[in-house]
Design a protein around this ligand. Sequence first.
Ligand SMILES: [Zn+2]
Length: 368
Amino acid sequence: MNETLETCRLLYNDLLNDRIKNKTKVFEQKRAVTALRHCNKFLKAVHSQVLQDVVFRLDKAFNAFYACLSKYPKFKRKDRYNSFTYPQLGGFRVADGRLRLSKIGLVKIRLHRSIEGIPKTCTIIRDIDHWYACISMQLEPNLLEQKSGKPDNAVGVDLGILNLATLSNGIIFENPRHLDNSITRIITLQRRLSKKKKGSANREKAKILLAKAWRKMRNQRLDIAHKVSFSLASEYSTIVFEDVHIKNIVKNHSLASAIMDASWGQLRRLTAYKAERRGGRVILVNPSWTSQKCSGCGAMNPDMKELSIRIFECKECGLVLDRDVNAARNILAMGLEQAHAEEQPLLIKRRISKFVPVKQEAYGFSRR
Ligand SMILES: [Zn+2]
């Protein structure tokens, strides 16, 4: 599996180089890979569809760039290429607790849940010293969860550091303490790593420890995000979040706040797909003023800029409310207003590539 990853990585980099230099089209690259596979022993050792998927991935990266959704595709370093995909059943098969991967063989697996429906794709993922198989399946619609939240049951969610989520009805989801411990450990290990000599064996060891600490934190974060998003999506049919743009927080150099921001993004994404699956929806609103505005009468209270003030007190109408609940109520009101105005489908502008096809030059695979 390591060998396959390495071949795929080198192929990816070669294909990227080819696209930059020769402006090759995706179908030309697909054909070129098929032809090359006949005369290269490394390529031959990898299932043909896995290689085709590498072409597809690169194309996807370019399309995301053209649609202004991501940066220009990068060359992949050794530790930055960690998965390969069998895009069709046949390349892989699951039977008797084993996974049969074409060109690799039988691999013992631990199934976390039973396979329902028809397996469609299988992605093998390397995570330092763990390996995962991610199998996507096609299900009959009636097998999907149909249980939707009560109709017209809307909620506003204020995402925070002290509490992960505060709802407009006063329900609170706390941030687990162990996440803090993990962040502290990451900071310690990062500091330790920076003191190690470049290229030394100790530095490599420190690097792995750090990567494992990150993995632990990631898993903890994912776990809580799944729990909270499940709870939100099964209780409410309309869920309103603040649309905090990631860039705002990245400017703030604290690691903990960057991680918090990533957690919020993750929670919004997971809630969105879970709600959609149940026929619900997620609305994102502009985050400005949500904590300074009175959710009762709309008057502003500039004192609330101070984050340490936990209770919102309105000088106009006398409302007294928890700071986060007040914000969540504002978020809910804005979301419902926005939903009303925004009945039209969202159009994503796409920039169309202006590449002119250039005749392909001699193209080879760097691994020989
Ligand atoms: Zn008021």
